[in-house]
Design a protein around this ligand. Structure first.
Ligand SMILES: [Zn+2]
Ligand SMILES: [Zn+2]
Length: 72
């Protein structure tokens, strides 16, 4: 069943979740994605990319959850 991208409202059949805002987005809204570890894939949307804090986290392969609760 189709659903709407939570960023651009385009109808999509397959979505990905942005690791920095948690929205379900389509391929067009992905700014970048990378493999952070064997099991983790990080996705950042175009909105989050313009947020310097989130972009910096992405570049250092850290998800937003990890920033909020840093490992001590
Ligand atoms: Zn979209
Ligand atoms: Zn996002």
């Amino acid at each position: 069943m189709a659903m709407l991208c939570e960023r651009c409202r385009t109808e999509v059949y397959k979505y990905v979740v942005c690791n920095y805002c948690g929205r379900k987005i389509c391929n067009d809204c992905i700014k970048s994605s990378q493999r952070a570890s064997k099991t983790t894939r990080l996705v950042i949307c175009k909105d989050c990319w313009s947020d310097m804090k989130k972009r910096k986290a992405y570049k250092t392969k850290v998800s937003l959850a990890e920033i909020k609760a840093p490992a001590q």
